[in-house]
Design a protein around this ligand. Structure first.
Ligand SMILES: [Zn+2]
Length: 348
């Protein structure tokens, strides 16, 4: 079989390296190798350069994940049913964490210029396709540290960030995440406009329903929900209802399917592929892609799907697509064409 060409819309490499594994991404680590620096956090090694190359990944969205301490304290009070927020108590917070993670990516770009390229523009992406390099597109996940005047946004844009989500599970000055109540704020609206103007991708992952719908009402460009799944198949606050899936499709957006058994509602590749098939049956094959959430710091960390424990496992998922009778055209759309459309529509 010809090697697949994959775009993965969500991974958390920097926070994984800095808070948990300390790994060197140029070598392949076994799944739980390493002793986490933060007590309670589990070492998951889903992503490294050998795995990315082995899985045919051409472009990976890599997050800067940074909450304010205040947001975490509120989450700990609100709800611990879905997620053990206590685990995050020892991580770095706010702008300090964000700066450190951005510096980490800069170091990777300097250290491995022949293996990795920071994708910031359409032409960076087009050029990377002609080489063997893996593109890293830096995503800002949980942006509590961005100020009302958006000066910090400009700074992170200048340093190479090209994708952003308003919130993690918490509420902040921009909107409300999937474990909190509340909608999009005026500052949130301003942020979305600026993101679009700068040529960044806008991501509704982790938004709660209110924030989701208020955002959908005002955007007139293709958005993503980078790591989600179908609520109809697994009822969880991170997953999307049929109406939400239709709304993203109507905007020409794309949904990245997370590779996390607890949100999939099962730990088999067959069950994972059910989510892709569900979306295709609901809105067609132009709106679904991969958004694994690999290297996520915590979460239901001990369970991964057999055959898909890291970025080298994409060919195994593709085999299940083929077994289900997905056409080559559909497989290509899921693997990269749908995500590529978002890149061409949003980056400069
Ligand atoms: Zn996330």
């Amino acid at each position: 079989m010809e090697k697949p060409f994959i775009i993965d819309l969500h991974t958390d490499i920097a926070s994984n390296v800095l808070e948990a594994t300390g790994k060197d991404i140029s070598r392949r680590y076994s799944l739980h190798e390493g002793t986490p620096k933060v007590p309670g956090v589990v070492a998951n090694n889903n992503v490294d350069l050998p795995r990315l190359r082995g899985g045919g990944v051409k472009l990976v969205f890599t997050s800067i994940f940074a909450l304010d301490k205040k947001s975490l304290d509120e989450l700990i009070k609100i709800d611990q049913k879905e997620y053990n927020f206590d685990k995050l108590k020892g991580i770095k917070f706010g702008i300090e964490a964000a700066n450190e993670q951005m510096s980490y990516y800069q170091k990777v770009f300097r250290k491995y210029p022949d293996q990795v390229v920071n994708v910031k523009t359409k032409s960076d992406f087009a050029n990377s396709k002609k080489t063997n390099k893996v593109g890293f597109l830096i995503h800002l996940e949980g942006v509590d540290y961005i100020d009302k005047d958006l000066k910090v946004l400009q700074k992170f844009y200048d340093l190479g960030a090209r994708s952003l989500a308003l919130t993690w599970r918490n509420r902040n000055k921009f909107g409300s995440g999937n474990n909190t109540q509340g909608g999009l704020t005026t500052t949130g609206k301003k942020l979305i406009k600026r993101v679009r103007k700068l040529g960044m991708i806008f991501d509704l992952a982790h938004a709660n329903e209110e924030t989701f719908w208020e955002t959908v009402k005002i955007v007139d460009f293709p958005i993503i929900v980078s790591h989600t799944l179908c609520k109809a198949l697994c009822d969880n606050s991170r997953n999307l209802s049929d109406e939400q899936i239709k709304a993203v499709a109507q905007k020409g957006g794309v949904l990245g399917m997370a590779a996390i058994p607890d949100y999939i509602g099962g730990d088999t590749l067959e069950r994972y592929v059910d989510h892709f098939e569900y979306i295709i049956n609901l809105v067609g094959d132009d709106y679904v892609a991969f958004g694994t959430d690999f290297d996520g710091l915590v979460g239901p960390e001990d369970t991964f799907m057999e055959g898909f424990t890291g970025s080298d496992g994409f060919p195994n998922v593709i085999k299940v697509f083929q077994k289900r009778g997905f056409s080559q055209k559909t497989v290509d759309k899921i693997c990269f064409k749908n995500a590529e459309r978002i890149i061409l529509n949003n980056l400069k």
